[in-house]
Design a protein around this ligand. Structure first.
Ligand code: PHE
Ligand code: ZN
Length: 886
């Protein structure tokens, strides 16, 4: 393989040619598809001709014409990746290209491919070049039409973007449909679907009175499972109307569910294509988590219509412009539809579990990366989740109405354009006359800032000081960092646990007024911008307990001088729900790290009774939201603890976490049993906050109880399993029982498979549960499941369940004998031949190999080297593996 080429942000150049209109024709066939494209091309500078370079990926070129004349051989050059027209006309001309492609053998799932017999497309980021030669870059925006011709009985439904202009029958049992999209778009938003599908239909009336036809397409037998997706779509449309004044802009909105899809879903203009698992749900087959994910992702893709489609990215480095913003929007949507605090807790957990490790490893990159080899590798938790945190900080600084003003100005300035992160920043700042100092560093500096706080109270001056110091760790290519602009939201609690009104603050030698006593303010946002900086609150009559970084106001690692007593106090009293949970987590992390060190020194483990009492009082606090309780009694994950260690020790962390879990189960057994019995419900399943919160709490308690591996409690869980009337409860009971190896586990797993073998989405849950299992020696079980008749390497969902799931068990993936690494290494090489994007996501599990002991390092490194030396390795896997070894 030639060494793959790295592409740099600093090399961005405007295109020499723009495309005005693109008329596509697809003749879909069983052994080949003919794609004809007719493009109106406009030189950027009238009168100037330069070579026109088009991207193409393994296309068979049939013909190329300029202004109706077939080009002579010497006037163009074609390679496996490009078509170059040497001297095109220097003013507007038409370019016509015909290519032949083979969707039926396309296993990469980008470009045009087949999924269960139907044709569908995936063009983001650079899949359109697998369909036809094109300037495949998002700053080329054009108006598209698309004519589809196909066999009428095999492909009765023909869909593309925009409006249906005409359709009719053709000779030879074929038919056609002509679609036209009135909005200019980059080619990554193009989509086509052809197949045997049926739809659930509904309508939505927008705030200005436009009636939009909504259709959700699936194979006919799945239509009954689209009710929740339709509910979600209508809820999302209403929310964007109300919260952002953003209305849908066409008369038709289609969603198609396909079983083979690399990612979650895709926001193609008016024709969203979804991974089936994010559309199909019924109470019997989907859990509350699935229902919530569907609501969130349907919202996410719908919200892209404005943040992504109407205003798009100039180049792929700007990906977070649309993704960070749209994730932020879907987070806000779910907050408004359920519990804001619980949603915040889940989002911050996700950031800590997945993004912090990425930001501290060899693949660390800024929210706006500086370079890439394969763009596919940069659809990351950094671009998405940290990007959403960056957007959230604007809102924290500006408030809801200021943020809305910024959004309005962004659309006013940039509707119909392909823009950059600076444009978004400028809109936020200009709309509010704000000064955001060096805030843009959040886009360019990688690494999670560490923020240290030391506090002191002076009873004589009645002042309370907070001293901050920050450090941004070095990351690949960025050894030295500048201090960042960190918004720190804080409050102070008095000795009874009540918020103290904040009135004045000294900072930089200036006295600032926060608020008057008549209109008390209890939370204020400090702008920390320097390496070291002090803020002094005045008029504080008693030593307070500080509540720092309320709502997690910035994506940093916070170190504070809070004592355990302070933390227990915050856990019991903080008015900021997020920080109540956080106090419990900080305590749990400390406890776990202390026990890990005992374990490593062979000191017998002893449980801290204060911690048990803390959990007990949360569990029994009837004033608390039940979903919040479920979160608050859940320990930080093993990965999170390993992330805090000098040398990650999966065995020690696993033993300690299991120990604490069992201690809590033992000491709070009666409380957990009554939590289960009191939260059972005989009502039919409804997906609403109150009901799902009740289920979450009951099921969390059940998992604790079953961890004890006591016959009586296993029977108790078995009874829950057998009496469950929905998948949430059934699956939770299955998980509870499957924690411990043995006959009960084997029987219930077999029973579950027998019940659900006809439903591939449920079977995936069954794969994932077993793959993630911590039972000893699980590598062999996972290996065996690879040859299970229901498993198929070509289907990404199955790979994510079984192979992806396996990475979720640190003790087994990091097995000391290297069996877990060897297993993954082999699978990656097999997968790479089928689907490089999926393979590359799997190989990333190796990227933090340097965090482990020498023995494990050597074993993991050997697998990475083996992967690197494979013939015909994809650029996707090459990029991750080589950067991991660097
Ligand atoms: N743009 C999609 C989203 O909404 C993600 C995606 C990227 C899907 C690339 C497919 C391919 O986040
Ligand atoms: Zn998105």
């Amino acid at each position: 393989m030639d060494t793959p080429k790295e592409i740099f942000l600093k090399d961005y150049k405007m295109p020499d040619y723009f495309f005005e209109t693109v008329d596509l024709k697809f003749e879909l066939g069983e052994d080949k598809t003919i794609v004809s494209s007719k493009i109106t091309v406009l030189p950027r500078i009238e009168g100037v001709s330069s070579p026109l370079v088009l991207n193409g990926h393994d296309l068979k070129l049939l013909s190329v014409k300029v202004d109706g004349n077939e080009l002579k051989k010497e006037d163009y050059h074609v390679s496996s990746r490009h078509l170059t027209v040497s001297t095109p006309p220097s003013s507007t001309f038409t370019l016509e290209i015909v290519t032949e492609i083979y969707p039926q053998s396309n296993t990469s799932l980008e470009g045009l491919y087949k999924s269960s017999g139907n044709f569908c497309t995936q063009c983001e980021a650079e899949g359109f070049r697998k369909i036809t030669f094109y300037q495949d870059r998002p700053d080329i925006m054009a108006k598209y039409s698309c004519r589809i011709e196909a066999d009428k009985s095999l492909y009765p439904v023909l869909l593309s973007n925009g409006n249906l202009i005409s359709k009719g029958d053709l000779q030879g049992g074929k038919h056609y449909a002509l679609w036209e999209d009135p909005f200019k778009k980059p080619c990554y938003l193009f989509a086509l679907v052809a197949g045997q599908l049926e739809s659930r239909d509904d309508t939505f009336v927008t705030c200005s009175g436009r009636t939009v036809a909504l259709r959700i397409w699936t194979p006919s037998q799945d239509v009954p499972k689209t009710a929740h997706a339709m509910y979600s779509l209508k809820a999302a449309m209403k929310w964007d109307d109300e919260v952002f004044g953003l209305e849908y802009d066409l008369d038709l909105f289609n969603i198609v569910a396909v079983p083979d899809f690399d990612m979650g879903a895709m926001e193609n203009k008016s024709l969203n294509i979804f991974n089936s698992k994010l559309v199909l749900a019924s109470p019997e087959t989907a859990t509350d988590m699935d229902y919530a994910a569907i609501l969130g992702v349907i919202g996410h893709e719908y919200f892209h219509n404005w943040t992504g489609n109407r205003v798009t990215c100039r180049d792929w480095f700007q990906l977070s412009l649309k993704e960070g913003l749209t994730v932020f929007r879907d987070q806000e949507f779910l907050s408004d539809m359920g519990s804001r605090i619980v949603k915040r807790i889940s989002d911050v957990s996700k950031l800590r579990i997945y993004q912090f490790p990425q930001d501290a490893g060899p693949m660390a990159h800024p929210v706006r990366p500086h370079s890439y080899i394969k763009m596919d590798n940069f659809y990351t938790v950094t671009v998405y989740q940290k990007g959403a945190e960056v957007v959230r900080m604007y809102k924290t600084l500006l408030g809801s109405s200021g943020f809305r003003k910024g959004m309005d100005l962004y659309f006013k300035r940039h509707d119909g354009q392909a823009v950059t992160c600076e444009d978004f920043f400028a809109a936020m700042q200009d709309a509010n006359g704000a000064d955001f100092a060096n805030f843009l560093l959040w886009y360019s500096q990688a690494g999670t800032p560490r923020l240290k706080v030391t506090t002191s109270y002076n009873p004589e001056t009645r002042t309370y000081s907070m001293k901050f110091s920050q450090e941004v760790p070095s990351t690949p290519g960025q050894p030295v960092k500048e201090p960042m602009f960190i918004p720190v939201s804080v409050g102070l609690l008095d000795s009874s646990g009540k918020d103290i009104p904040l009135t004045t603050l000294y900072h930089d030698g200036l006295l600032q007024t926060i608020a008057s006593k008549d209109e008390p303010v209890f939370t204020t946002v400090l702008r920390v911008t320097k390496k070291e900086e002090e803020f002094v609150f005045s008029d504080i009559s008693v030593r307070p307990v500080p509540s720092l970084l309320r709502g997690y106001s910035a994506p940093v690692r916070l170190d504070s001088d809070l004592t355990d007593t302070d933390l227990f106090f915050l856990l019991a009293h903080d008015s900021d729900g997020f920080n109540r949970w956080e106090a419990g987590q900080v305590l749990a992390r400390k406890l776990m790290l202390n026990l890990v060190s005992d374990y490593q020194k062979n000191i017998p483990l002893v449980m801290n009774p204060m911690f048990v009492d803390g959990i007990r009082s949360i569990l029994k606090d009837t004033s608390l939201d039940k979903e919040f309780i479920a979160k608050a009694i859940t320990l930080p994950g093993e990965g999170e603890i390993m992330d805090l260690m000098e040398v990650a020790d999966p065995d020690a962390v696993h033993s300690v976490r299991s120990f604490i879990k069992k201690q809590l189960a033992l000491q709070l057994k009666n409380e957990f049993i009554s939590t289960v019995t009191e939260n059972r419900s005989s009502e039919p399943y409804v997906f609403n906050h109150q009901n799902l919160a009740q289920r979450a709490l009951k099921n969390t308690a059940l998992v604790y109880l079953a961890s004890l591996d006591d016959t009586e409690l296993t029977d108790f869980a078995l009874n829950e399993y057998n009496s469950a009337t929905n998948m949430t409860d059934q699956f939770a009971a299955l998980q509870a029982i499957a924690q411990n190896p043995g006959q009960a586990r084997d029987e219930v797993l077999a029973d579950f498979y027998k019940k659900w073998s006809h439903d591939f989405l449920v079977v995936n849950k069954w794969f994932a549960l077993q793959a993630m299992s911590d039972i000893p020696g699980n590598v062999a079980n996972v290996q065996n499941l690879l040859s299970h008749p229901a498993f198929d390497m070509r289907n990404p969902n199955k790979v994510y369940s079984l192979i992806g799931g396996f990475r979720g068990s640190p003790v087994n993936f990091h097995a000391k004998d290297g069996s877990g690494y060897k297993f993954l290494g082999e699978v990656v090489l097999q997968l790479d031949k089928i689907n490089p994007q999926v393979a590359s996501r799997m190989v990333s599990a190796f990227s933090r190999w340097r965090r482990y002991d020498e023995g494990r390092q050597a074993l993991a490194k050997a697998q990475l080297e083996r992967i690197m030396s494979a013939n015909g390795l994809s650029e996707n896997v090459y990029e991750i593996a080589s950067k991991s070894l660097a």
